[in-house]
Design a protein around this ligand. Structure first.
Ligand SMILES: C[S@@+](CC[C@H](N)C(=O)[O-])C[C@H]1O[C@@H](n2cnc3c(N)ncnc32)[C@H](O)[C@@H]1O
Length: 324
């Protein structure tokens, strides 16, 4: 592995995340998505006592080892999914933290390394696994039935022609390379130079979300954060597309009492639910023009933040990660 791809990730909405986390010396934080360590570095520079930095990608963890070694014991790298943060912290003797941040999705290092298989712009194995474990994109595309592939493209990629693309994928099996997959999608949908968006974008997003179970992970991470945050603890979550943002928005609305659990409708006047576990839910924050100029990859980022109350967690531990 060369060092260069590992340092190319520009942290997104960094100042805004740091402001929301409001870290003070002596406090303990979880960075659920270490990546290239942009948020963790900022927290360490605020003089916090401990940062537990999670990443399910072994390369990100390996990359963080130098920073951990120079942190004076303040940084602990945790090679786990963030949906397991409660169990992973407990195993390390910690049952409450002052802040949790999640910056979900893939890093630039993952996108830019063709051999990870995340990008339709460069040819590599159709892999897309952040953890390098379990079912790869190729496994899924070569073994799932056409309807299942179409459903993934439709639900996770908003691909309006999901059936047509799924049919083309099945006809072209075996799919082994990202270049091959991108060509199959482009042929199925029609592609001409100068198109604003490559037609393969939606398919790649959908397959990546499916392979990494990203939406279930996000739900699990939010449920776990609710359990590990101490009263007054801060939560800051950055997402990259509307499916993810909807999950965070709905979670915070529900848990702050603005919407009853499991319902899209307002509560009846006499209806009382569990006490809110979050307050001070801020408005969605998006990158400004200066950040977008410097980092076009930030264009679809949204930050949402809130503060933990002292109320007991609502108890959907089933959404947290389990051993695999
Ligand atoms: C967008 S990057 C984070 C960048 C980081 N904030 C920085 O400033 O460098 C997302 C990282 O989170 C990791 N990741 C995504 N989902 C995860 C999950 N459910 N559990 C643990 N790590 C995850 C990815 O492997 C990737 O390294």
């Amino acid at each position: 592995m060369s060092a260069s791809p590992m340092v190319s990730h520009i942290p997104v909405l960094l100042d805004e995340v740091v402001a929301q986390l409001d870290a003070a010396p002596g406090e303990t934080f979880v960075d659920g998505t270490f990546g290239a360590g942009g948020y963790t570095r900022a927290l360490l520079s605020k003089g916090v006592a401990r940062v537990f930095a999670f990443d399910r990608d072994p390369e990100a963890i390996r990359y963080g080892e130098t920073l951990a070694a120079s942190s004076g014991g303040r940084l602990t790298l945790v090679p786990e999914r963030f949906s397991r943060m409660r169990q992973a912290l407990a195993e390390r003797g910690v049952d409450g933290v002052d802040g949790v941040t999640l910056d979900v999705g893939v890093s630039s290092m993952q996108l830019d390394q063709a051999e990870r298989g995340f990008s339709f712009q460069s040819d590599g194995p159709a892999d897309m696994r952040m953890s390098r474990e379990g079912e790869s994109a190729a496994d899924f595309l070569n073994h799932a039935d056409e309807d299942e592939i179409a459903d993934v493209l439709f639900h996770y990629g908003d691909e309006p022609k999901s059936r047509r693309v799924a049919r083309a994928i099945v006809a072209a099996r075996p799919i082994e390379r990202t270049g091959q997959l991108a060509d199959v999608v482009r042929k199925a949908l029609g592609h001409h130079p100068g198109m604003k968006k490559d037609p393969a974008t939606r398919t790649f997003q959908a397959i990546r979300i499916h392979v990494n179970q990203e939406l279930a992970e996000l739900e699990g991470g939010l449920a776990a954060a609710e359990r590990v945050l101490l009263p007054g603890g801060r939560l800051a979550v950055v997402t990259f597309h509307s499916l993810e943002d909807r999950i965070v928005k709905r979670f915070l609305k529900e848990r702050s009492g603005a919407m009853p659990a499991g319902s899209r409708h307002r509560p009846a006047a006499n209806e009382t639910g569990p006490a809110p576990t979050f307050e001070a839910v801020g408005k969605a924050v998006r990158p400004g023009p200066a950040e977008l100029d410097a980092n076009p990859r930030a264009r679809s980022a949204t930050l949402r933040a809130a503060r933990r109350t002292a109320a007991p967690a609502w108890g959907n531990a089933h959404k947290e990660g389990t051993e695999r």
